[in-house]
Design a protein around this ligand. Structure first.
Ligand code: ADP
Ligand code: MG
Length: 382
Protein backbone atom coordinates (compact mmCIF):
# COMPACT_ATOMS: atom_id res chain seq x y z
CA UNK A 1 0.00 0.00 0.00
CA UNK A 2 1.43 3.32 -0.95
CA UNK A 3 0.71 6.76 -2.16
CA UNK A 4 -1.62 7.54 -4.99
CA UNK A 5 0.68 8.68 -7.77
CA UNK A 6 -0.96 11.83 -9.00
CA UNK A 7 1.92 13.83 -10.42
CA UNK A 8 0.55 13.42 -13.95
CA UNK A 9 -2.60 15.27 -12.88
CA UNK A 10 -0.67 18.52 -12.90
CA UNK A 11 0.45 18.05 -16.47
CA UNK A 12 -2.87 17.02 -17.97
CA UNK A 13 -4.06 19.86 -20.19
CA UNK A 14 -7.68 20.51 -21.13
CA UNK A 15 -7.06 18.72 -24.44
CA UNK A 16 -5.46 15.70 -22.75
CA UNK A 17 -8.48 15.51 -20.50
CA UNK A 18 -10.79 15.69 -23.49
CA UNK A 19 -9.00 12.95 -25.40
CA UNK A 20 -8.91 10.71 -22.32
CA UNK A 21 -12.63 11.31 -21.85
CA UNK A 22 -13.16 10.45 -25.52
CA UNK A 23 -11.52 7.06 -24.93
CA UNK A 24 -13.78 6.56 -21.91
CA UNK A 25 -16.83 7.36 -24.05
CA UNK A 26 -15.68 5.03 -26.80
CA UNK A 27 -15.22 2.22 -24.30
CA UNK A 28 -18.94 2.19 -23.59
CA UNK A 29 -19.34 -0.05 -26.59
CA UNK A 30 -15.84 -0.86 -27.76
CA UNK A 31 -13.34 -3.14 -26.18
CA UNK A 32 -10.69 -1.18 -28.05
CA UNK A 33 -11.35 2.35 -29.27
CA UNK A 34 -9.95 2.92 -32.78
CA UNK A 35 -7.83 6.09 -33.16
CA UNK A 36 -10.13 7.70 -35.75
CA UNK A 37 -13.14 7.19 -33.49
CA UNK A 38 -11.27 8.80 -30.57
CA UNK A 39 -10.43 11.75 -32.82
CA UNK A 40 -14.03 12.07 -33.98
CA UNK A 41 -15.40 12.07 -30.44
CA UNK A 42 -12.77 14.43 -29.01
CA UNK A 43 -13.40 16.81 -31.90
CA UNK A 44 -10.39 19.01 -31.14
CA UNK A 45 -10.27 22.27 -33.07
CA UNK A 46 -6.54 22.02 -33.54
CA UNK A 47 -6.33 18.30 -34.26
CA UNK A 48 -3.22 16.49 -33.09
CA UNK A 49 -5.09 13.71 -31.28
CA UNK A 50 -2.53 11.13 -32.29
CA UNK A 51 0.26 12.92 -30.47
CA UNK A 52 -1.85 13.40 -27.36
CA UNK A 53 -2.76 9.70 -27.36
CA UNK A 54 0.90 8.81 -27.56
CA UNK A 55 1.57 10.92 -24.47
CA UNK A 56 -1.36 9.32 -22.63
CA UNK A 57 0.13 5.90 -23.48
CA UNK A 58 3.50 6.98 -22.13
CA UNK A 59 1.88 7.87 -18.81
CA UNK A 60 -0.02 4.53 -18.86
CA UNK A 61 -3.41 6.24 -18.78
CA UNK A 62 -4.36 4.30 -21.90
CA UNK A 63 -2.78 1.36 -23.70
CA UNK A 64 -2.65 0.68 -27.40
CA UNK A 65 -3.52 -2.91 -28.24
CA UNK A 66 -3.90 -5.15 -31.22
CA UNK A 67 -7.33 -6.73 -31.46
CA UNK A 68 -8.60 -9.57 -33.63
CA UNK A 69 -10.39 -7.34 -36.08
CA UNK A 70 -8.96 -3.90 -35.43
CA UNK A 71 -6.47 -2.13 -33.16
CA UNK A 72 -7.25 0.56 -30.67
CA UNK A 73 -6.90 2.21 -27.31
CA UNK A 74 -8.04 0.95 -23.94
CA UNK A 75 -8.52 3.07 -20.82
CA UNK A 76 -6.45 1.70 -17.92
CA UNK A 77 -7.45 1.68 -14.24
CA UNK A 78 -4.98 4.52 -13.77
CA UNK A 79 -6.57 6.44 -16.64
CA UNK A 80 -10.00 6.09 -15.08
CA UNK A 81 -8.63 7.15 -11.68
CA UNK A 82 -7.15 10.27 -13.27
CA UNK A 83 -10.39 11.24 -14.97
CA UNK A 84 -12.28 11.05 -11.68
CA UNK A 85 -9.56 12.69 -9.61
CA UNK A 86 -9.15 15.48 -12.15
CA UNK A 87 -12.89 16.20 -11.91
CA UNK A 88 -12.85 16.14 -8.13
CA UNK A 89 -9.84 18.47 -8.06
CA UNK A 90 -11.30 20.82 -10.68
CA UNK A 91 -14.33 21.47 -8.53
CA UNK A 92 -12.29 21.88 -5.38
CA UNK A 93 -13.42 18.80 -3.48
CA UNK A 94 -9.89 17.44 -3.25
CA UNK A 95 -6.69 19.39 -3.17
CA UNK A 96 -3.99 16.99 -2.03
CA UNK A 97 -3.38 13.26 -1.92
CA UNK A 98 -2.06 11.05 0.84
CA UNK A 99 -1.60 7.42 1.73
CA UNK A 100 -3.62 4.33 1.12
CA UNK A 101 -5.30 3.19 4.34
CA UNK A 102 -7.24 0.18 3.22
CA UNK A 103 -7.89 -2.44 0.62
CA UNK A 104 -11.40 -3.76 0.69
CA UNK A 105 -12.81 -6.58 -1.35
CA UNK A 106 -14.02 -4.19 -3.99
CA UNK A 107 -12.12 -1.00 -3.40
CA UNK A 108 -8.99 0.94 -2.52
CA UNK A 109 -9.19 3.52 0.25
CA UNK A 110 -6.98 6.62 0.54
CA UNK A 111 -6.68 9.61 2.79
CA UNK A 112 -6.78 12.87 0.82
CA UNK A 113 -7.34 16.47 1.90
CA UNK A 114 -9.81 19.16 0.96
CA UNK A 115 -8.95 22.81 0.27
CA UNK A 116 -8.79 23.62 3.99
CA UNK A 117 -6.33 20.77 4.49
CA UNK A 118 -8.84 18.65 6.39
CA UNK A 119 -8.16 14.93 5.88
CA UNK A 120 -11.02 13.12 4.15
CA UNK A 121 -11.55 9.60 2.86
CA UNK A 122 -11.43 8.65 -0.84
CA UNK A 123 -12.88 5.30 -1.90
CA UNK A 124 -12.09 4.02 -5.38
CA UNK A 125 -14.54 1.32 -6.43
CA UNK A 126 -13.02 -1.51 -8.42
CA UNK A 127 -15.57 -3.92 -9.77
CA UNK A 128 -15.63 -6.39 -12.61
CA UNK A 129 -11.95 -5.98 -13.21
CA UNK A 130 -12.02 -8.97 -15.48
CA UNK A 131 -12.79 -6.25 -18.05
CA UNK A 132 -15.01 -7.15 -20.96
CA UNK A 133 -13.76 -10.67 -21.29
CA UNK A 134 -15.44 -12.64 -18.50
CA UNK A 135 -18.47 -10.52 -17.90
CA UNK A 136 -21.81 -11.88 -19.06
CA UNK A 137 -23.20 -10.08 -22.00
CA UNK A 138 -26.66 -8.63 -22.25
CA UNK A 139 -28.69 -6.69 -24.75
CA UNK A 140 -28.71 -2.92 -25.00
CA UNK A 141 -31.58 -0.66 -26.06
CA UNK A 142 -31.02 -1.56 -29.68
CA UNK A 143 -31.02 -5.28 -29.00
CA UNK A 144 -27.29 -5.53 -29.64
CA UNK A 145 -25.23 -7.51 -27.21
CA UNK A 146 -22.80 -5.81 -24.93
CA UNK A 147 -20.86 -6.68 -21.81
CA UNK A 148 -21.28 -4.99 -18.45
CA UNK A 149 -17.86 -3.40 -18.25
CA UNK A 150 -15.76 -2.61 -15.19
CA UNK A 151 -16.28 1.07 -16.02
CA UNK A 152 -20.04 0.74 -15.80
CA UNK A 153 -20.06 -1.50 -12.71
CA UNK A 154 -17.54 0.58 -10.74
CA UNK A 155 -19.44 3.70 -11.58
CA UNK A 156 -22.88 2.55 -10.54
CA UNK A 157 -21.35 1.03 -7.41
CA UNK A 158 -19.90 4.40 -6.35
CA UNK A 159 -23.07 6.25 -7.25
CA UNK A 160 -25.24 3.83 -5.32
CA UNK A 161 -22.93 4.10 -2.32
CA UNK A 162 -23.12 7.89 -2.42
CA UNK A 163 -26.92 7.80 -2.74
CA UNK A 164 -27.38 5.49 0.24
CA UNK A 165 -24.82 7.33 2.36
CA UNK A 166 -26.60 10.63 1.68
CA UNK A 167 -30.04 9.26 2.55
CA UNK A 168 -28.70 7.60 5.72
CA UNK A 169 -26.73 10.65 6.82
CA UNK A 170 -29.73 12.94 6.26
CA UNK A 171 -31.69 10.79 8.70
CA UNK A 172 -29.02 10.89 11.38
CA UNK A 173 -27.75 7.33 10.97
CA UNK A 174 -24.16 6.83 12.22
CA UNK A 175 -22.41 6.83 8.83
CA UNK A 176 -19.60 9.00 7.41
CA UNK A 177 -20.71 12.35 6.00
CA UNK A 178 -20.84 12.06 2.20
CA UNK A 179 -18.86 14.82 0.47
CA UNK A 180 -18.78 14.25 -3.28
CA UNK A 181 -18.54 11.57 -5.93
CA UNK A 182 -17.43 11.22 -9.52
CA UNK A 183 -17.30 8.13 -11.71
CA UNK A 184 -16.01 5.28 -9.47
CA UNK A 185 -14.82 7.58 -6.65
CA UNK A 186 -16.61 8.53 -3.44
CA UNK A 187 -15.38 11.21 -1.04
CA UNK A 188 -16.55 11.00 2.54
CA UNK A 189 -15.69 11.98 6.06
CA UNK A 190 -12.72 10.12 7.49
CA UNK A 191 -14.00 8.09 10.40
CA UNK A 192 -12.03 8.59 13.57
CA UNK A 193 -12.10 5.06 14.86
CA UNK A 194 -11.15 1.44 14.27
CA UNK A 195 -12.76 -1.24 12.19
CA UNK A 196 -14.21 -3.91 14.54
CA UNK A 197 -11.68 -6.39 13.09
CA UNK A 198 -9.03 -4.56 15.10
CA UNK A 199 -11.06 -4.24 18.29
CA UNK A 200 -10.48 -7.01 20.82
CA UNK A 201 -11.75 -5.42 24.01
CA UNK A 202 -14.89 -3.48 24.79
CA UNK A 203 -15.81 -1.57 27.92
CA UNK A 204 -19.49 -2.40 27.62
CA UNK A 205 -20.00 -5.47 25.47
CA UNK A 206 -23.83 -5.75 25.85
CA UNK A 207 -24.20 -2.05 25.03
CA UNK A 208 -22.31 -2.31 21.71
CA UNK A 209 -24.25 -5.50 20.88
CA UNK A 210 -27.53 -3.65 21.49
CA UNK A 211 -26.37 -0.61 19.51
CA UNK A 212 -25.60 -2.82 16.52
CA UNK A 213 -28.87 -4.77 16.69
CA UNK A 214 -30.81 -1.52 17.11
CA UNK A 215 -29.02 -0.15 14.07
CA UNK A 216 -30.08 -3.17 12.00
CA UNK A 217 -33.68 -2.70 13.14
CA UNK A 218 -33.67 1.04 12.54
CA UNK A 219 -32.36 0.44 9.02
CA UNK A 220 -35.04 -2.21 8.49
CA UNK A 221 -37.80 0.10 9.71
CA UNK A 222 -36.57 2.67 7.20
CA UNK A 223 -36.94 0.06 4.45
CA UNK A 224 -33.34 -1.06 3.94
CA UNK A 225 -30.86 -3.82 4.75
CA UNK A 226 -27.13 -3.24 4.80
CA UNK A 227 -26.38 -6.67 3.39
CA UNK A 228 -22.74 -6.93 4.47
CA UNK A 229 -22.91 -6.14 8.17
CA UNK A 230 -19.56 -7.63 9.14
CA UNK A 231 -16.68 -6.50 11.32
CA UNK A 232 -14.84 -4.94 8.38
CA UNK A 233 -17.77 -2.62 7.73
CA UNK A 234 -18.41 -1.54 11.31
CA UNK A 235 -16.06 1.02 12.78
CA UNK A 236 -15.93 1.88 16.46
CA UNK A 237 -15.11 5.34 17.81
CA UNK A 238 -12.98 5.79 20.92
CA UNK A 239 -16.21 6.37 22.82
CA UNK A 240 -17.33 2.90 21.74
CA UNK A 241 -19.99 4.07 19.28
CA UNK A 242 -20.43 2.11 16.03
CA UNK A 243 -20.20 3.82 12.63
CA UNK A 244 -21.40 1.89 9.62
CA UNK A 245 -19.58 2.02 6.24
CA UNK A 246 -19.70 0.30 2.83
CA UNK A 247 -23.11 0.69 1.18
CA UNK A 248 -23.18 -0.24 -2.51
CA UNK A 249 -24.79 -3.63 -1.89
CA UNK A 250 -27.63 -2.29 0.29
CA UNK A 251 -31.10 -3.40 -0.66
CA UNK A 252 -34.75 -2.75 0.06
CA UNK A 253 -36.67 -4.72 2.70
CA UNK A 254 -39.16 -5.30 -0.12
CA UNK A 255 -36.58 -7.19 -2.18
CA UNK A 256 -37.49 -10.83 -2.68
CA UNK A 257 -34.37 -12.01 -0.79
CA UNK A 258 -34.69 -9.38 1.95
CA UNK A 259 -35.35 -11.77 4.83
CA UNK A 260 -32.33 -13.89 3.96
CA UNK A 261 -30.00 -10.89 4.03
CA UNK A 262 -31.60 -9.42 7.14
CA UNK A 263 -31.06 -12.71 8.99
CA UNK A 264 -27.53 -12.95 7.65
CA UNK A 265 -26.68 -9.47 8.99
CA UNK A 266 -28.12 -10.38 12.41
CA UNK A 267 -26.24 -13.69 12.48
CA UNK A 268 -23.05 -11.88 11.56
CA UNK A 269 -23.27 -9.74 14.71
CA UNK A 270 -24.18 -12.70 16.94
CA UNK A 271 -21.28 -14.76 15.58
CA UNK A 272 -18.85 -11.89 15.95
CA UNK A 273 -19.78 -11.35 19.61
CA UNK A 274 -19.63 -15.04 20.41
CA UNK A 275 -16.22 -15.42 18.76
CA UNK A 276 -14.54 -12.20 19.85
CA UNK A 277 -16.09 -11.50 23.24
CA UNK A 278 -17.61 -14.86 24.26
CA UNK A 279 -20.93 -13.03 24.47
CA UNK A 280 -24.23 -14.68 23.61
CA UNK A 281 -27.70 -13.27 23.92
CA UNK A 282 -31.12 -14.68 23.16
CA UNK A 283 -32.19 -11.16 22.36
CA UNK A 284 -31.89 -10.56 18.63
CA UNK A 285 -34.20 -9.02 16.02
CA UNK A 286 -36.32 -10.95 13.52
CA UNK A 287 -37.45 -9.83 10.12
CA UNK A 288 -41.08 -10.12 11.20
CA UNK A 289 -40.44 -7.60 14.00
CA UNK A 290 -39.83 -4.80 11.51
CA UNK A 291 -42.32 -1.95 11.42
CA UNK A 292 -41.72 0.21 8.42
CA UNK A 293 -41.79 3.92 9.20
CA UNK A 294 -39.90 5.36 6.24
CA UNK A 295 -39.14 4.80 2.55
CA UNK A 296 -35.39 5.24 2.35
CA UNK A 297 -35.23 2.51 -0.30
CA UNK A 298 -37.68 4.31 -2.57
CA UNK A 299 -35.95 7.64 -2.03
CA UNK A 300 -32.62 6.30 -3.24
CA UNK A 301 -34.28 4.89 -6.33
CA UNK A 302 -36.52 7.79 -7.16
CA UNK A 303 -34.99 11.11 -6.32
CA UNK A 304 -32.82 12.13 -9.17
CA UNK A 305 -30.26 9.38 -9.06
CA UNK A 306 -32.04 7.62 -11.89
CA UNK A 307 -31.08 4.05 -11.15
CA UNK A 308 -32.80 1.60 -13.33
CA UNK A 309 -33.92 -1.82 -12.13
CA UNK A 310 -31.40 -3.22 -14.60
CA UNK A 311 -28.49 -1.32 -13.04
CA UNK A 312 -29.46 -2.59 -9.61
CA UNK A 313 -29.62 -6.18 -10.87
CA UNK A 314 -26.23 -5.87 -12.56
CA UNK A 315 -24.65 -4.53 -9.40
CA UNK A 316 -26.24 -6.93 -6.91
CA UNK A 317 -25.10 -9.79 -9.15
CA UNK A 318 -21.57 -8.46 -9.06
CA UNK A 319 -21.72 -8.33 -5.25
CA UNK A 320 -23.00 -11.92 -5.17
CA UNK A 321 -26.31 -10.84 -3.61
CA UNK A 322 -28.44 -12.37 -6.34
CA UNK A 323 -27.94 -15.31 -8.64
CA UNK A 324 -26.65 -14.86 -12.12
CA UNK A 325 -29.36 -16.20 -14.41
CA UNK A 326 -28.33 -18.56 -17.15
CA UNK A 327 -27.77 -16.86 -20.45
CA UNK A 328 -30.28 -18.38 -22.87
CA UNK A 329 -28.11 -18.06 -25.92
CA UNK A 330 -24.73 -18.51 -24.35
CA UNK A 331 -22.06 -16.64 -26.23
CA UNK A 332 -19.37 -17.20 -23.63
CA UNK A 333 -17.08 -18.84 -26.12
CA UNK A 334 -17.41 -16.17 -28.70
CA UNK A 335 -14.47 -13.80 -28.99
CA UNK A 336 -15.28 -10.42 -27.41
CA UNK A 337 -15.14 -8.40 -30.59
CA UNK A 338 -17.35 -5.37 -30.64
CA UNK A 339 -18.34 -3.54 -33.75
CA UNK A 340 -16.97 -0.07 -34.39
CA UNK A 341 -19.70 2.49 -33.84
CA UNK A 342 -21.85 3.56 -36.72
CA UNK A 343 -21.22 7.13 -37.75
CA UNK A 344 -24.56 8.31 -36.40
CA UNK A 345 -23.36 7.44 -32.90
CA UNK A 346 -20.73 10.18 -33.06
CA UNK A 347 -23.24 12.91 -32.21
CA UNK A 348 -24.36 10.94 -29.18
CA UNK A 349 -20.74 10.43 -28.14
CA UNK A 350 -19.98 14.14 -28.49
CA UNK A 351 -23.07 15.11 -26.54
CA UNK A 352 -22.00 12.83 -23.71
CA UNK A 353 -18.43 14.13 -23.87
CA UNK A 354 -19.61 17.74 -23.50
CA UNK A 355 -21.85 16.69 -20.64
CA UNK A 356 -19.03 14.78 -18.96
CA UNK A 357 -16.56 17.64 -19.32
CA UNK A 358 -19.03 20.20 -17.92
CA UNK A 359 -20.09 17.85 -15.12
CA UNK A 360 -16.47 17.79 -14.00
CA UNK A 361 -16.68 21.31 -12.71
CA UNK A 362 -19.81 21.34 -10.57
CA UNK A 363 -20.52 19.41 -7.40
CA UNK A 364 -23.55 17.15 -7.11
CA UNK A 365 -24.86 19.32 -4.29
CA UNK A 366 -24.92 22.29 -6.64
CA UNK A 367 -26.87 20.40 -9.26
CA UNK A 368 -30.46 19.74 -9.89
CA UNK A 369 -31.67 16.18 -9.61
CA UNK A 370 -32.05 16.28 -13.34
CA UNK A 371 -28.34 16.79 -13.95
CA UNK A 372 -27.47 13.92 -11.64
CA UNK A 373 -29.99 11.75 -13.40
CA UNK A 374 -28.43 12.51 -16.76
CA UNK A 375 -25.04 11.69 -15.30
CA UNK A 376 -26.22 8.29 -14.11
CA UNK A 377 -27.92 7.62 -17.41
CA UNK A 378 -24.64 8.22 -19.14
CA UNK A 379 -23.32 5.17 -17.27
CA UNK A 380 -25.24 2.90 -19.54
CA UNK A 381 -23.97 1.97 -22.92
CA UNK A 382 -25.82 3.33 -25.89
P1 ADP B 1 -15.02 -2.53 0.47
O1 ADP B 1 -16.32 -2.25 -0.22
O2 ADP B 1 -13.96 -2.79 -0.53
O3 ADP B 1 -15.14 -3.58 1.53
P2 ADP B 1 -15.01 -0.50 2.58
O4 ADP B 1 -15.87 0.68 2.36
O5 ADP B 1 -15.52 -1.55 3.51
O6 ADP B 1 -14.59 -1.14 1.17
O7 ADP B 1 -13.58 0.02 3.11
C1 ADP B 1 -12.49 -0.84 3.32
C2 ADP B 1 -11.74 -0.45 4.59
O8 ADP B 1 -11.27 0.90 4.52
C3 ADP B 1 -12.63 -0.49 5.83
O9 ADP B 1 -12.65 -1.78 6.41
C4 ADP B 1 -12.01 0.56 6.73
O10 ADP B 1 -10.93 0.00 7.45
C5 ADP B 1 -11.44 1.58 5.76
N1 ADP B 1 -12.40 2.70 5.57
C6 ADP B 1 -13.41 2.76 4.68
N2 ADP B 1 -14.10 3.92 4.77
C7 ADP B 1 -13.52 4.62 5.76
C8 ADP B 1 -13.78 5.93 6.33
N3 ADP B 1 -14.77 6.72 5.90
N4 ADP B 1 -12.97 6.34 7.33
C9 ADP B 1 -11.96 5.54 7.78
N5 ADP B 1 -11.67 4.33 7.27
C10 ADP B 1 -12.43 3.85 6.27
MG1 MG C 1 -16.10 -3.49 3.31
Amino acid sequence: MGKLNVTVLRYLTKDDFRVLTAIEMGMKNHELVPGPLAAAIANLKTGGVHKLLKELCKHKLVTYERGKKYDGYRLTNTGYDYLALKSLTLRGSVSSFGNQIGIGKESNIYVVADEEGTPICLKLHRLGRTCFRNVKSKRDYHGRRHKASWLYLSRISATREFAYMTALHDRGFPVPRPIDFNRHCVLMELVNGWPMTQVHELLDIPQVYDDLMNLIVRLGNSGVIHGDFNEFNIMLTDAGKPILIDFPQMMSTSHENAQFFFDRDVTCVREMFRRKFAYESEDFPKFSDLERDDDLDAEVHCTGYGFTKEMEQDLLKEYGMIEEEEDEDDEANEPPVLVPAETNDIDEYRKQLEHEVSYSETKPSEKSNDAIKRYIESCTQF
